[in-house]
Write a protein that binds this ligand. Structure first.
Ligand code: GLN
Ligand code: ZN
Length: 763
């Protein structure tokens, strides 16, 4: 009787991003179908073989994708929006990619975040859908693994209820009534998939129902239970692993009684709740507990001793042959291997574990649990040595950071005077017209900007030449902004690739990976920085850029920073101390940057917090703590300035009625919000709650190259002025302009200023 291990999913990108390049070459027409399929198959098999070599007992199959797993599910079941055509067979690649990427005549399907992860899935559209099984991809990949490698894999399928709940009908996410209406049409097709797999000899299927962690009422459980009862009765020989992840199950007691053979629980991101259920209520003797013990959403090596202690605790609850060890969630969301991080400090490297290292940990723990630690003593010793080295290193023991943290409890982070007083002083100092115009920070990053940066990084362009180029670009844009007649100018953010990396380069405690790519959407990868040590301020970050820009003009130039929570959200964060503590370290560092900007006579400082909403915990009961921490770190960052220094913030979303108290609590002087697509909602939120601070509602949508007309922008301004006092209102685009082209940007801004002028004349 031995404990077994199992994996839930493996990254697609390839160690050297082979998969990304495959897709992109195909899209560019540089590859024919046959070559594409042959290469994709090679990568797929290599990934499976690697997992076997790393000691995985149950290897997931069909978790691979040519783009996204939700897209795969919707094309398999013919939930294809009509605008892409009608199909009665498996889609060809061009048709498949048309849905993800759009065509001349059909807009791409929408994409949105996968739970609280920075992975974006294709949102199914269940309007006029008639389900049909076009392709049993689960069978295809199951058979391929068996035939080519002799691997009896565990097909992974997105469960029907989650599939429906992740999709929309008539523009709205499906509610329970809509799910119940569509489910009877979908369920027989899942049954067919199951039957064909069982007939082919599959023993297990991993049925992912991640939306289960969001259910709170018994009524919401009904469709899941219906599905499982039906499939179990119809195909009794195929064992079901009901897989959940990223949080705990609120209705644990009911869910564990369902007719499945294994239940996968996340014991890492569950706030301790799943483990508490197990300890307090036990686990049924007729099922396997698939225990998610390794973090699949962060990059740190596990403490093997602690994990082994957890396993021993689980063995008090279930027998050995009832226990599988697993990652807590799919490894899709971590980079592939640390072995290509050749330039990392060895002390850091020893503490890192990407997907492959995590599977090795899993194997080591399985052996330790089955045969005793002695069988893997060397691995355990190495693990303890590595973790101790990292924890005791100077990276994690910065005494001045400790001292600053110790002071926090004795400090108050409030502006000197209330908003009403501050804003008067700011108006006197800034002399801005009614309805001041500005932009959100970035200007187009042209091919030239990107080429220069790449050349500089490769060492083909000297620091001085790169600096000179950045200055020239800022100078050109200061002139353009003056010519446009904008009131508050920006330097353009040409030195930044994104909102985090540049800050990481200038603060201590950050590591920029060489190959730590994770899939963000489609072929697109991101390389989040790794925050591994204490974060401290050692040198100014953005002061030189802002000061240079300000030296070129009499108009005020806004300083431009990223707020702590956004930096945290878009990074891999050390897990040896609470996230909030890291967030506050960043805040203390940025507070110095804000003060340095002020000292350099920058009168307006914008601190962007675009990730505030997307980082909300999955369960609402954890929101308040998260939001309080966000407000606290924002205020550490922004409150160290004089009353007449104006603090702006920017957020990239439109639905925020439910967090408006938090937005107020930030106590920023001006907030700009992405709203051009849903003016109504936001305005009423402001109206209902009485918001005193100044507001810039984005007056046009920057997410498309379309140039809005003057009349259209005027109408947007007029609409806002019905509820917002003109004294309180700024005019700006709804987000940064980094991804736009220069001509359309100039044209749109020209219209924006003209619209403002027209309205100003009438007031
Ligand atoms: N200042 C940033 C920019 O303009 C803000 C980007 C964002 O909101 N995501 O690019
Ligand atoms: Zn934005």
């Amino acid at each position: 009787m031995t404990i077994i291990n199992s994996n839930l999913g493996y990254p697609r990108l390839g160690e050297h991003r082979e998969w990304k390049h495959l897709l992109e070459h195909f899209w560019k027409g540089q590859l024919d179908n046959t070559t594409f399929h042959a290469t994709a198959k090679k990568l797929r098999l290599a990934n499976l073989k690697k997992q076997r070599d790393l000691g995985v007992d149950y290897i997931p199959v069909a978790d691979n994708s040519d783009y996204d797993h939700v897209l795969d599910t919707l094309v398999a079941f013919n939930a294809i929006p009509n605008r892409f055509g009608h199909f009665d067979h498996q889609l060809d690649l061009p048709d498949y990619y048309a849905i993800a990427r759009g065509t001349e005549t059909a807009v791409a399907a929408e994409m949105t975040k996968w739970f609280n992860i920075n992975y974006h899935y294709i949102v199914p559209e269940f309007d006029d859908v008639s389900f049909k099984l076009l392709d049993n991809r689960w069978l295809r990949y199951y058979q391929e693994a068996k035939q080519e490698l002799g691997i009896d894999g565990k097909p992974v399928i997105l469960g029907p209820v989650s599939f429906l709940k992740l999709g929309k009908r008539h523009g709205q996410y499906l509610d329970d009534a809509a799910v119940s209406e569509l489910l009877p049409h979908l369920l027989p097709l899942y049954q067919q998939v199951f039957e064909e797999l069982a007939a082919a000899g599959a023993k297990w299927i991993q049925l992912d129902e991640p939306t289960l962690v969001k259910t709170t009422t018994t009524a919401e459980l009904i469709p899941y239970q219906t599905v499982l009862t039906h499939l179990h009765t119809a195909v009794p020989t195929l064992n079901i692993e009901l897989q959940t992840y990223l949080d705990s199950l609120d209705q644990y007691d009911q869910i564990v009684t369902w007719p499945v053979q294994a239940i996968g629980l996340d014991l890492v991101h569950d706030h301790g709740e799943n483990l508490a259920h197990l300890v307090d209520h036990g686990f049924p003797a007729d099922k396997i507990l698939a225990a998610g013990i390794i973090d699949g959403h962060n990059v740190w090596a596990s403490d093997l001793q602690t994990k082994l202690a957890l396993i021993q605790q689980l063995r008090q609850i279930v027998t050995n042959d009832q226990l599988w060890l697993q990652p807590a969630n799919s490894l899709l969301h971590v980079p592939i291997t640390t072995k290509n991080e050749t330039k990392a400090d060895p002390v850091l490297l020893g503490g890192l574990a990407f997907a492959d290292q995590k599977l090795t940990e899993l194997h080591t723990l399985t052996v330790a649990a089955n045969q005793g630690v002695a069988a893997v003593q060397a691995a355990f010793d190495r693990n303890q040595t590595n973790l101790a080295a990292l924890n005791q290193s100077s990276h994690r023991n910065n005494q001045s950071v400790r001292a600053a943290e110790a002071q926090l409890a004795h400090q108050k982070f409030e502006r000197q005077a209330p908003f009403a007083t501050r804003i008067k002083l700011q108006h006197e100092r800034l002399h801005l017209p009614l309805l001041p115009t500005t932009t959100i920070g970035s200007f187009p990053q042209s091919a030239q900007v990107r080429a220069k940066r790449a050349a500089w990084r490769k060492g083909n362009l000297s620091d001085a030449d790169y600096q000179a180029f950045l200055h020239a670009e800022t100078k050109r844009w200061i002139k353009l902004q003056e010519d446009l007649g904008l009131d508050v100018l920006v330097h353009g953010e040409f030195e930044r690739t994104d909102m985090v990396e540049y800050f990481g380069q200038k603060l201590t405690g950050f590591y920029a990976t060489q190959n730590g790519w994770v899939q963000s959407y489609g072929s697109r990868g991101v390389r989040p920085p790794v925050i591994f040590g204490d974060v401290a301020y050692t040198e100014p970050i953005t002061v030189a850029e802002s000061v240079y820009a300000q030296s070129l003009t009499d108009q005020p130039v806004k300083g431009m920073l990223t707020a702590p929570l956004t930096i945290i959200n878009w990074s891999f964060v050390r897990d040896d101390i609470p996230r909030a503590q890291v967030q506050n370290q960043i805040a203390l560092a940025l507070r110095q940057e804000v003060q340095n900007l002020e000292k350099a006579d920058i009168k307006i400082i914008q601190v962007d917090e675009p990730a505030l909403r997307e980082g909300l915990p999955l369960k609402q009961r954890h929101w308040q703590a998260y939001l309080d921490e966000a407000v606290y770190s924002f205020k550490i960052t922004t409150t160290g300035v004089q009353n007449d220094t104006q603090i702006h913030t920017h957020m990239c979303y439109s639905n925020f009625a439910d967090i408006i108290d938090t937005i107020k609590a930030l106590d920023a002087d001006v907030i700009s919000i992405e709203t051009s697509r849903s003016h109504g909602e936001i305005i009423s939120a402001f109206e209902q709650t009485g918001y005193d601070q100044e507001i810039g509602l984005g007056v046009y949508d920057i997410h498309s190259p379309r140039v809005p007309s003057v009349t259209e922008i005027e109408a947007n301004i007029q609409r806002a002025l019905r509820v917002i006092d003109a004294q309180q209102f700024w005019i700006n685009p709804d987000c940064g302009l980094k991804t736009r082209q220069e001509p359309e940007t100039l044209a749109a801004l020209k219209h924006m200023v003209a619209a403002r002028n027209a309205i100003q004349a009438q007031l």
